[in-house]
Write a protein that binds this ligand. Structure first.
Ligand code: A2P
Length: 320
C-alpha cells in the first residue's frame, strides 16, 4: 500500500496522488479512470484546470460501478485567486463540488496568496489585482474555516505560501492550515518549509515534482537546468534499475512530502504510483539533496507584473 500522511484526526492522505493540471479535456476522464483502476486513491484538482466536471464523471462512474468507495478517495480542490472575497468563496466551493459530483472534499486549499478582482481569471494589468488590504488572507481563511465547520471539506490548507505567510496564518487561525502545496523537486527542495511543516503537523505536498515539462509556453524559459536527466538522478536511477521520474518521486515521498505527478499515460501512471513504495538509501538522499538551487519552473512572475501590489520577494522570500 502507498505511504500516507496522517492528519491529527486520523485521516490519511496517500503520499502519491494524481496531478490534473494540464490534463487536457477529452483525456482527463480516461486518465482518472485508469489511475483509480490501478490503485490511485488521491486526485489533486482545481477549477482553474478546466477539467473538474470531467473528473467528476470519472469519479461518479468509478463509485457507482463499485471500483472505489467515496470514503477511500482523497480529493483535493482549490479556491482560485478571484474568489478570495468571503462572499465569492462559498459559491466557488459549491461549483467545484457540483462539478466533481461530491458532497464534500477531503482537502480545500487557497490556490495562491494572491487576490484578483472577481471578474479577472488571469491579470493583464496591475489594475486587475486586489491588494492584501482589500482582500486580507485572514478573511479568506475565515471563510475556509466556515466550510470545514459546514462539513463541505474535511481539511483546509493553502498553496504557494512561503514560510512567513504560513506562520502568519497558522498562529492566527481558529482551524489551523493542515496542508501547504508548493512546487518542490530536487532543484527546489523547500527544506525550510518542510522543517516548519513537519513538527506543525502540516502536510507539505510537492507539485511539479517532475519539473512540469509540459507547462504552457507562456511559463517556459529556454534555459531550464536539467532535472530528470541531471547526472545525480541518472546515477540513482541506474543503481536501482528504476526510471529517472521514479527517482524524483521516491525522493519526494522518502523525505516526508507527498507528490502529485501529472500523467495521462497508462504506463507512466503505473510507474509513478509504484515509485511511492521505492525506498532510497541515505547516500542517494544526500546526493539528491545536494542538487538544490532554488530553481522554480513555476516562477510566479505573472503575479508580480508592473503595477501589481505583490512582488516576487513578497511571494517567495523565505524559501531557503
Ligand atoms: P504524460 O502526461 O504524457 O505522462 P509534472 O507533474 O511535474 O507537471 O510533470 C508532468 C509531465 O511529466 C507531463 O508532461 C507528463 O507526461 C510527464 N510524465 C509523467 N510521468 C512521467 C514519467 N514517469 N516519465 C516521464 N515523463 C512523465
Amino acid at each position: 500500500t502507498t505511504p500516507a500522511f496522517t492528519f491529527a484526526n486520523g485521516d490519511r492522505m496517500p503520499a502519491l496522488g494524481l496531478g490534473t493540471w494540464k490534463a487536457a479535456p477529452g483525456e482527463t476522464a480516461a486518465a482518472v479512470t485508469e489511475a483509480l483502476r490501478i490503485g490511485y486513491r488521491h486526485i489533486d484538482c482545481a477549477p482553474l484546470y478546466g477539467n473538474e466536471a470531467e473528473i467528476g464523471e470519472a469519479l461518479a462512474a468509478a463509485i457507482s460501478s463499485g471500483l472505489v468507495k467515496r470514503e477511500e478517495l482523497w480529493i483535493t480542490s482549490k479556491l482560485w485567486n478571484n474568489k478570495h472575497l468571503p462572499h465569492d468563496a462559498r459559491p466557488a466551493l459549491e461549483k467545484s463540488l457540483a462539478d466533481l459530483r461530491l458532497d464534500y472534499l477531503d482537502l480545500y486549499l487557497i490556490h495562491w496568496p494572491i487576490a484578483l478582482k472577481p471578474e479577472i481569471e488571469f491579470p493583464t494589468s496591475g489594475a486587475d489585482f486586489l491588494s492584501p488590504g482589500d482582500a486580507p488572507l485572514e478573511d479568506t481563511w475565515s471563510a475556509m474555516e466556515s466550510f470545514a465547520d459546514a462539513g463541505l471539506c474535511r481539511h483546509i490548507g493553502v498553496s504557494n505560501f512561503n514560510v512567513h505567510r504560513l506562520k502568519h496564518l497558522y498562529v492566527r487561525s481558529r482551524i489551523r492550515p493542515e496542508a501547504n502545496q508548493v512546487e518542490s523537486h530536487p532543484l527546489l527542495s523547500q527544506q525550510m518549509l518542510l522543517d516548519f511543516c513537519g513538527p506543525a503537523g502540516i502536510a507539505l505536498t510537492a507539485y511539479s515534482p517532475l519539473g512540469s515539462p509540459d507547462r504552457p509556453a507562456r511559463l517556459q524559459r529556454g534555459d531550464d537546468p536539467p532535472l530528470r536527466d541531471a547526472p545525480e538522478i541518472l546515477q540513482v536511477a541506474a543503481k536501482h534499475g528504476i526510471s529517472p521520474a521514479q527517482v524524483l518521486l521516491a525522493w519526494a515521498v522518502s523525505r516526508g512530502t507527498s507528490a502529485i505527478p501529472k500523467s495521462v499515460n497508462p504506463e507512466r501512471l503505473k510507474q509513478n504510483l509504484e515509485a511511492a513504495s521505492i525506498r532510497l538509501d541515505e547516500e542517494d538522499m544526500e546526493k539528491i539533496a545536494g542538487m538544490n538551487q532554488f530553481y522554480r519552473f513555476i516562477d510566479g512572475a505573472l503575479w508580480a507584473m508592473e503595477g501589481s501590489p505583490y512582488s516576487l520577494e513578497w511571494l517567495w522570500r523565505g524559501h531557503d
